[in-house]
Design a protein around this ligand. Structure first.
Ligand SMILES: Cc1cc2nc3c(=O)[nH]c(=O)nc-3n(C[C@H](O)[C@H](O)[C@H](O)COP(=O)(O)OP(=O)(O)OC[C@H]3O[C@@H](n4cnc5c(N)ncnc54)[C@H](O)[C@@H]3O)c2cc1C
Length: 388
């Protein structure tokens, strides 16, 4: 049984403190300006990479830090708690697992050390399509093998960091739907080296928050067959395999956001005086902040439980999904309490609350929407009838 005590070790606390210190070198103005221009935080991502944090999950034998998912989640939490936005780079951690678990030794030796040093970035993950949405088994983008190459045709939507990444993990259909025995078969994962690639059109989308998100169009985009990860047709199960880590890491993003909102709300409402007393003395202001704090703390416990189970190699699907849901909802509650207590200032860019409010909203929808998490709990944990 995994050790389910929730205290962090001295090393884990030191890791959090070091990440927080690094992040504080990037002032709120830095994030604000990038947000206004919808620009990628190059300097921040380079600093994180140089410090080794983005290689947290790469084993030491490939040049990484060889940390576990709990520690990776602490890194993401601290980025968001400091007022930054881990979304600029968190996918490198999510994606890594697919390459680590299912990539060949040759693929790992070729790419991982360069990802660890920052020479290559693997931050793009191409799954979502306009006609499939949350139903990944309905993906239509095809990858057809001819000789030693696959030719990709189709389109993807909302694929982030493609223009800032060298490599993209791509899920595409290698067997037509009507020829598969199981609906989860027939999809394959590729590690696409996008440097100088032809047949890929990237159209940036201006989104609610600064997220470097794009629509992709493939017109006979060529991938060498050696860049297929694992077995052809088994890609869906490889992606599912990585979902628990993804859920835990995205929960950490939300927990960091939640803590930032609470700290900001407490500080502001304790010093802002209206009607002759700090607004935080009013229960209408104080209680929503207290409730949101409890929600964030509860989500944190579930994140710690899920991460400890994951790192012990034990089943954690229920816990990872619950952590993701609880954390996204808690951060949203904290965001609302924070914007409310700031009154009009909550809407002013210079207070950063509105930016974080927009950023944290995403986690109720992506990388998986909270309705599908509820469906997972209902159907897989509580064994209730399936809705889809
Ligand atoms: C900023 C941003 C960045 C993103 N980055 C990436 C990326 O890098 N790579 C990538 O592959 N994808 C990315 N996505 C896509 C994201 O994962 C999807 O938007 C998300 O999974 C939902 O898919 P959809 O938008 O097609 O919504 P749909 O599947 O159309 O669903 C719409 C809504 O309907 C509801 N719904 C759907 N089906 C059910 C059901 N069975 N039961 C109950 N409710 C249901 C849900 O509430 C859902 O929110 C990104 C999205 C955003 C907004």
């Amino acid at each position: 049984m995994a050790d389910l005590t929730f205290a962090l070790t001295d090393e884990q606390r030191a890791l959090k403190a070091a990440v927080y210190d690094l992040c504080r070198q990037f002032a709120p103005e830095y994030w604000r300006e990038l947000d206004a221009k919808r620009e990628y935080p190059e300097a921040f991502v380079n600093a994180l990479t140089k410090a080794g944090y983005l290689a947290a999950l790469i084993p030491q034998e490939y040049g990484g830090a060889g940390l576990c998912v709990l520690e990776a989640s602490l890194i993401l939490e601290e980025i968001n708690r400091s007022g930054g936005n881990a979304a600029a780079c968190h996918a490198q951690m999510y994606i890594m697992g697919t390459l680590l678990r299912h990539g060949s030794e040759e693929q790992k030796r070729r790419y991982l050390p360069k990802i660890a040093t920052g020479e290559l970035r693997l931050q793009a993950f191409g799954v979502t399509e306009p006609n499939a949405g949350s139903d990944t088994t309905k993906l239509q983008t095809t990858a057809v093998r001819r000789g030693d190459r696959y030719f990709v045709n189709g389109q993807k939507i909302f694929i982030s960091r493609v223009l800032q990444s060298d490599l993209m993990l791509l899920l595409a259909r290698t067997t037509p739907v009507d020829q598969v025995t199981s609906k989860t078969d027939g999809l394959s994962v590729f590690l696409v080296d996008m440097r100088g690639i032809k047949g890929l059109e990237v159209r940036p989308l201006r989104m609610m928050m600064n997220h470097s998100t794009n629509a992709l169009f493939f017109d006979n985009m060529e991938i060498p067959a050696e860049n297929l990860i694992g077995r052809e047709g088994k890609g869906f199960s490889y992606i599912l395999d990585g979902m628990n880590a993804e859920r835990i890491l995205v929960a950490a993003d939300s927990i960091g956001d939640g803590r930032w909102f609470i700290e900001k709300a407490v500080a502001y409402s304790s010093q802002r005086v209206v009607f002759g007393r700090p607004i935080g003395a009013n229960q209408g202001v104080q209680f929503p902040i207290a409730k949101a704090h409890m929600a964030v703390e509860a989500a944190d416990l579930m994140r710690l439980k899920a991460a400890r189970l994951f790192d012990a190699g034990q089943p954690c699907g229920a816990e990872a999904n619950m952590a993701k849901y609880l954390a996204a909802e808690a951060a949203w509650e904290a965001g609302n309490a924070c914007i409310d207590c700031h009154g009009g200032y909550g809407y002013a860019e210079e207070y950063d609350v509105e930016r974080k409010f927009r950023e944290t909203r995403l986690y109720k929808t992506a990388p998986i929407n909270n309705n599908l998490v509820l469906a997972y709990i209902g159907e897989h944990v509580l064994r209730m009838p399936r809705s889809y």
